[in-house]
Design a protein around this ligand. Structure first.
Ligand SMILES: N[C@@H](CCC[C@H](N)C(=O)O)C(=O)O
Length: 295
């Protein structure tokens, strides 16, 4: 499987409607330039997705620190955002990647480790879906955050900026504390949020509304994409930030996180560990003539 002489095989999948185009590159010879990734993610001219995942043996990864994970993890999730940029991590992507590896017989166990740019991550089958350990999380600026729970201001559309805290999940997140009087649905995520101080590598912005004990709703603007219907690392960052603001980063606490595309479960673990659980759906398979792809 993978590539026949002149076609590219792909699978379309999603996790809570955060959708991906998976392309197998089982011998590590597929060139996936930013332009190619962006073409595959294009919803009009290409296949369409929030991201593109190249499925490649860890031993064939370009990056030294990814190849160093080869002893633990046979397969590397090479994740690209819809604009073609590489991202360190994608929580929903890890579950869809795991479902793909199992369906294709590339992994056979119910629990295994995958390689990512943010380090090796353990995935396990969890009912109909998959769970993944995404930690360790860390506050990006512990000194500022611990002073008053805020280390950034986020401008969303017109009006005053909102207070936020930045959480690193391997990729960057800025979680906005939405004032009670502001309706989550009214927030303008049609344009990229402006974050100050400006994060050096950009950031994903989550806007969070508490629903009840251990329950939040979230919308997200993803770096390299735009507003998406879910973000797994974003859900973890939102649960961490909400716990932090509440002053109770209790190990073992479980959060239900409602996103536009469904529901995720986040569990805070010891030593800044965090587990994300939720569905992983493989929707369709197809092929594309290689000649239609940009170089
Ligand atoms: N949707 C993902 C995150 C994908 C990467 C992100 N856009 C970034 O650039 O960091 C998730 O489920 O975590």
């Amino acid at each position: 499987m993978g590539r026949m002489a002149d076609v590219l095989a792909f699978t379309k999948g999603h996790g809570t409607e955060n959708d991906f185009v998976l392309v197998p590159d089982l011998d590590g010879t597929l060139g996936l330039s930013p332009a190619r990734a962006a073409f595959l993610a294009d919803r009009r001219a290409g296949i369409g997705g929030d991201g593109v995942i190249r499925v490649v043996p860890t031993a064939h990864a370009d990056e030294d620190d990814v190849r160093a994970q080869a002893e633990q993890a046979r397969w590397f999730m090479d994740y690209r955002n819809a604009d073609g940029s590489a991202a360190e991590m994608c929580g929903n992507g890890t579950r869809v990647f795991a479902a793909y590896l199992r369906r294709e017989g590339l992994e056979s166990a119910d629990e295994f480790v995958i390689a990512t740019r943010a380090g090796a991550k353990r995935v396990r089958a969890d009912g109909d879906g998959w769970a993944v350990e995404l930690g360790p999380w860390r506050l990006t600026d512990p000194a500022a955050s611990e002073r008053d729970g805020v280390d950034a201001l986020v401008h969303l559309g017109e009006g005053d900026p909102y207070s936020a805290v930045s959480v690193d999940l391997g990729n960057p997140h800025t979680v906005v504390a939405l004032p009670e009087e502001v309706d989550l649905e009214s927030v303008d995520l049609s344009r990229p949020p402006v974050v100050r101080p400006e994060p050096p590598h950009g950031t994903n912005v989550e806007v969070v509304r508490p629903i009840g004990p251990g329950h939040i709703a979230m919308r997200v603007h993803e770096r390299g994409v735009g507003e998406t219907r879910s973000c797994g690392t974003g859900a973890c960052a939102a649960a961490v930030a909400t716990s932090f603001w509440a002053g109770s980063l209790d190990t073992g606490s479980t959060w239900t996180v409602d996103v536009a595309g469904g529901r995720l479960t986040v569990r805070l673990l010891a030593d800044h560990g965090v587990e994300l659980a939720g569905p992983a759906v493989l929707v369709a398979d197809g092929t594309l003539p290689l000649a239609t792809l940009p170089a």
